[in-house]
Structure formats: structure tokens, C-alpha cells
Design a protein around this ligand. Structure first.
Ligand code: IFM
Length: 443
């Protein structure tokens, strides 16, 4: 795969096809080999926090079933597997030396993937902050950004000889907003100014981590971050809705994009925040760290939001979680990113849907809805490519059914069914369809 800093490729850049997961959602084994608690281990114990009252103590038992899962991944015909590293497994407590047993798991995972011809794509932070760091203030506290950079260096030292692409943080908007403003994700705080401080420190942590890894690199690597992005639309002829859409687009999308790509926060968003009495805790030099060059932007796309003056309006086809199905929005988003943030290679690091899956007696799921969803979104990427967007890959969320955060195990996003009683994995129709899509593109 070639990115911005490469010498020009001889032909068209190869397109990556992948599947994605995250550590907390699939690994289980939360007490194994010296791992300490993350904020999600704590949050799942809070009465009423998780819809079905579950924990991720076992999840998909991937920690113990990793070799079989890698064989499954390779069988799909993908060339890339995006996974995240569990911070409290690798650096228990969030400070100090690497835990050999913890990093050993990822060392073996990387080797197993490479042995199967699949490229590892590492995400360093997919929401499982060590509890001790939350106790010290969490992401609203500036020091957490520095702790994250230290942790990134540890993982980079162990895996960078075999891992080319590094994503720092997954969906900082969700971490800040759901975790610190809405309180529906760990650590479950409801404090808007703290959430905005968290947003800045997540971006700072990203920048510090990239600086540290770039300084340590002895061969070319690609560094990026993954944002959850979606268009925010207003119902027609409604000024209040248009203003609400500007605000929401600012807080959800432009705050992160402008900081990362242009090294500044959007003036209208800073003004909106000032009206609410909130100032971002920006120290001298921060924005140069946040806005250093990105080699790749990960885009997690699920749906576009449409607002009227009162809030979000959801109509048309919906997924099992009530999310609108808006594939043409993905084309629009990719074109917008290419227009407003030119020169930035894009990879869809997550796209997928939860539907109500009905397994047959053998555990097979004829999930035509999910297969059609994936096809429509791959077509949407094609449409963006045809209009000049620089898209370098597409990864399905998710490889496996897994722990869907505040919902628990109810919503199933996998293209592979997991029977949580037996831990049996069964390819759904969508997995077969995805394999055909990939094979068709390669032939
Ligand atoms: O499961 C999550 C994932 O962890 C982050 N992106 C969205 C997915 C579906 O909600």
C-alpha cells in the first residue's frame, strides 16, 4: 500500500480489504497474565450501565482462540486485519514497564497474521483506559496524553519491526462525548467541560504518540487516527435546523478534522463553546503537535444524521439499532473530505451494521440485510473513487459478533456468528458475500 510520503507508485495504489475488531470487545481473559482493570471493566460492574447486564470477562474468548480466529480471517480472503491493543494488558496500571506476557499475546497475533498472509493494522487505543489513569483524572487531565505516548512507544518498540500501519486512537468523539458528557460509556461521567478537555487531550495524546513513534522508527511506517464521521443534514427550509446541523457538524466532525489536518480548531466551534462557558485547555505548542502530518485518516462510517429544530429525525430503512441506512452519504462524505482536506489518504476503518440475526439449527445466519448493506457501501466507495476521492481501503466492522459496549451482546455486528455459550464461530451469508466481493475485485 502506498501513502502520501511514498515515491509515486508505478500503477494504481492497491486497495486494502479488511475486517476490524477491538480488544475489549472480543478478547475476554480480563484477568489473565497480569492485565489490570480498564475503565470498561469498572463500568460494566455499575448497576444498569450495560443494557443486558453483561460484562466482557469472556466476550469471544479471542485471547485463547486467537490462532483459530486468524485462520478464519485468512479464509475470508482479506489482506488486512485491524485490531486494537489492550493498554492494561500491555502496561498494567497505565505506567511503568511493558508486561512481557501481555505484549506476548500481540507478538504472537502479529506473527500468526503474517504467516497467513494478512497484514496487521494496529489501533493503540480503542477505549480501554487503565482504571488507575481514570482515577488520576482520565482524559480530561493533561497528563493522560503523556501517559498514552509512553504506552504507544512501548507497543511500537515491540511490534514495529512487523507492523507498518499505526492508528493512535479510535473515535475520540465517542470517548469524549459518550464517556465524559453523556455518561453512557465508561467512565460514565456527565460533565460537558470535562468532555471538551478530554477531546483536546485525546488529540494531544495522538500527536505526542505519533511524534514518539516517528522518532523511534527505523523504517517507513504510516501513522494515523480513526474518526467516526458522518454528514449532518438539516431538513429543508428550516433555519433553526440548519443552525443545529452546523453546530453538530462542528462538534462531531470539524473540531477533530480541522485540528488534525489544519492544526487549528474551527472558529465557529470555539465561539459556540465560549457561549457555553467552555474553553479548550490549549497550551502553547499543542496545535503543532496535534496537526503534524497524517499518513492516513481512518474513517468509521455508519450513517448520516438528519436534524430538524427539535433534534434528529430517523426515517427510511433502519438497522437493528435504529440507525438509518444511508450509503450515498458515504460517497458524499468521502468527496467532502477530499475537497476540504485534500492530499489525505482515506481508509474506511469501520463500516457495518447490527441486524436481528436468526440462526438456523447449525448456527448459520442468512443475513441478507447485512450483505446488502455491505454491498451498498462498497458501491458507495466505488462511486467516490470514480469521482476522484483518494480511498485506499475498506474494512468491515466487525469480524465477529462481540460486546457492543453499553448494549452488551444484544446487537450483533459480526459477519461471523459467535455462539456465546459454545464459542462456536459460523460464517454468515454476509461473510460469504464479502469474500466474493473481494475475490471479484482482485480478479
Ligand atoms: O462497536 C463499535 C466500535 O467499537 C466502534 N465503532 C462503532 C462500532 C459499532 O457501534
Amino acid at each position: 500500500m502506498s501513502f502520501r510520503n511514498d515515491s509515486p507508485p508505478a500503477g494504481p495504489a492497491p486497495f486494502r480489504w479488511g475486517v476490524a475488531t477491538s480488544a475489549f470487545q472480543i478478547e475476554g481473559a480480563t484477568g489473565a497474565d497480569g492485565r489490570t482493570a480498564s475503565i470498561w471493566d469498572t463500568f460494566t460492574r455499575r448497576p444498569g450501565a450495560i443494557g443486558d447486564g453483561s460484562t466482557a470477562d469472556t466476550a469471544c474468548d479471542h485471547y485463547r482462540r486467537m490462532p483459530q480466529d486468524v485462520a478464519l480471517i485468512a479464509g475470508l480472503g482479506v489482506d488486512t486485519y485491524r485490531f486494537s491493543v489492550s493498554w492494561p494488558r500491555v502496561q498494567p496500571g497505565g505506567r511503568g514497564p511493558v508486561n512481557p506476557a501481555g505484549i506476548g499475546f500481540y507478538d504472537r497475533l502479529v506473527d500468526e497474521l503474517l504467516a497467513h498472509g494478512v497484514d496487521p493494522w494496529v489501533t493503540l487505543y480503542h477505549w480501554d483506559l487503565p482504571q488507575e489513569l481514570e482515577d488520576a483524572g482520565g482524559w480530561p487531565h493533561r497528563d493522560t496524553a503523556y501517559r498514552f505516548a509512553d504506552y504507544a512507544e512501548l507497543v511500537f518498540a515491540a511490534l514495529s519491526d512487523r507492523v507498518e500501519v499505526w492508528t493512535t486512537i479510535n473515535e475520540p468523539w465517542c470517548v469524549a462525548t459518550y464517556g465524559y458528557a453523556d455518561g453512557i460509556h465508561a467512565p460514565g461521567r456527565q460533565d460537558f467541560p470535562a468532555a471538551m478537555a478530554a477531546a483536546h487531550h485525546l488529540l494531544l495524546g495522538h500527536g505526542l504518540a505519533v511524534s514518539a513513534m516517528r522518532a523511534a522508527a527505523t523504517r517507513p511506517h504510516r501513522f494515523g487516527i480513526t474518526l467516526n464521521l458522518g454528514n449532518v443534514l438539516a431538513v429543508p427550509d428550516d433555519e433553526a435546523a440548519a443552525e443545529a446541523a452546523r453546530c453538530a457538524d462542528g462538534l462531531n466532525n470539524r473540531l477533530y478534522l480541522d485540528a488534525l489536518v489544519h492544526g487549528r480548531y474551527p472558529a465557529d466551534v470555539l465561539a459556540d463553546l465560549a457561549e457555553r462557558g467552555v474553553a479548550l485547555p490549549i497550551a502553547d505548542g499543542d496545535m503543532a503537535v496535534v496537526g503534524q502530518p497524517l499518513d492516513v485518516l481512518g474513517v468509521n462510517y455508519y450513517f448520516d444524521a438528519t436534524l430538524n429544530a427539535a433534534g434528529e429525525v430517523r426515517t427510511g430503512p433502519l438497522t437493528g439499532l435504529g440507525w438509518p441506512v444511508t450509503p450515498s452519504g458515504l460517497t458524499e462524505l468521502l468527496l467532502r473530505l477530499s475537497r476540504d482536506y485534500p492530499g489525505l489518504p482515506l481508509v474506511i476503518t469501520e463500516n457495518g451494521a447490527a441486524f436481528t440475526d436468526e440462526p438456523d439449527a447449525d448456527g448459520y445466519v442468512e443475513d441478507t440485510g447485512r450483505a446488502a448493506f455491505l454491498q451498498a457501501h462498497v458501491d458507495a466507495v466505488d462511486a467516490a473513487l470514480a469521482q476522484g476521492a483518494d480511498v485506499r481501503g475498506y474494512f468491515v466492522w466487525s469480524l465477529l459478533d462481540n460486546f457492543e459496549w453499553g448494549h452488551g451482546y444484544g446487537p450483533r455486528f459480526g459477519i461471523v456468528r459467535v455462539d456465546y455459550t459454545t464459542q462456536q464461530r459460523t460464517l454468515k451469508a454476509s461473510a460469504h458475500r464479502y469474500r466474493e466481493i473481494i475475490a471479484g475485485r482482485r480478479s
